[in-house]
Write a protein that binds this ligand. Sequence first.
Ligand code: NAI
Length: 417
Amino acid sequence: MSSKTSFPKAKINVVLVESIHPRAVELFKAEGFQVQTMAGAPDARKLASLAADAHVLGIRSKSDVTREILDAAPKLLTIGAFCIGTNQIATDHARKKGVPVFNSPFSNTRSVAELTIAEAIGLHRGLGDKTMQMHRGEWDKSAAGSHEVRGRTIGIVGYGHIGSQVSVLAEAMGMRVLFFDIVPKMALGNARSVRGLKELLEASDVVSLHVPATRQTEGMIGKAELARMKKGSYLINNARGSVVDVDALAAALKSGHVAGAALDVFPDEPAAKGDRFTSPLQGLANVLLTPHVGGSTEEAQEAIAEDVCDKLIKFVNVGSTGGAVNVPEVELPEQIIRDGTRTVRPHRILHFHKNVPGVLSKMHSLIAQMNANISAEYLRTSDDVGYVVLDVDPSDAEAIRRKLADIPETIRVRVLW
Ligand code: NAI
């Protein structure tokens, strides 16, 4: 992005902690920003001192950006969560301060889909048990119970970003694909949607779950659903731990009704590396267990870095909040107007304000009194905060900025040129 900002780019200070992928450093440097990095997660005091000096703060899941840290970071324009979740950030408080938070919910889609296909094959071949036997020195060469996935039916529950990728990859492996989603979805390739979960469970050789954790999906696969699955079929859960009743699954596996399962997510996951993991599924035959690594690949980390950087850079340079998790989303064009052969670059005023009745009319009457020339106005609001963007004639920008800053409901004003 080549747009200038009112603030010299070389003075934009980006602080990246928790070993964010080096691609982020490259992208920010290419913009001319200053970049400071830290390998591990800073403690609260260190994070506060880093944030106090940052215009852009990049974290992953282990840095808690609290209200106190935000209150002590007056320069902070925006925060990037280089991960999926944003629970570690006081996002509501950030919104009230006009600080958008961006994350990357879908950059690891492909990684999860690939693991799912690997597991579908692994379960059909009993790979987990065979490799354990070999590590113990046991040689058991046999075809019994091993199958190709070609020609088998995979039933995908949740046909969103991941489910639909699994669909494409499974077809490439020669599998038949059925799917069930609560929202009508266009089937990819030869995949076929079914009317309900029951139909999917009864018809699939392998059932793969790709739904979010909601009240509706909690315990979605329990004793009754497992009983509906074909005898000798497999279950894969790379979605969320709350979706499967693991005690019921353990019972179905022990009885032999379900022939194997792969799980990457669990109802109780250890908080930190090295903490003990326990599950009723441990020690059961043909069960593949992984520590919530479905989306954890270097490629996904790089894709996350590119996605979050793109959003942060667009916000700093252009004012766009598309993809923000906590402020109204406004997608903005570059601030260029073509007037015949002339190209005019208006100044852009970015204004976060408390969303209370009368603010917009105050703004408009101030601007009308000044007889200012406005070429574009964009507005989105959430319950408590509004975001207005005005493209104005450069000669009017500073006066408008000062007047808007004086409106008591103003949270933050910034000008780009
Ligand atoms: P998405 O939001 O793109 O797709 C979810 C789909 O599930 C949507 O199409 C939605 O309509 C559907 N759905 C919701 N409730 C349903 C229900 N009751 N029955 C049937 N369908 C329902 O989400 P995405 O990115 O595909 O992620 C899917 C799951 O994978 C999420 O739970 C996510 O947390 C998890 N995930 C796990 C990772 C891992 O490391 N194992 C990494 C990334 C995501």
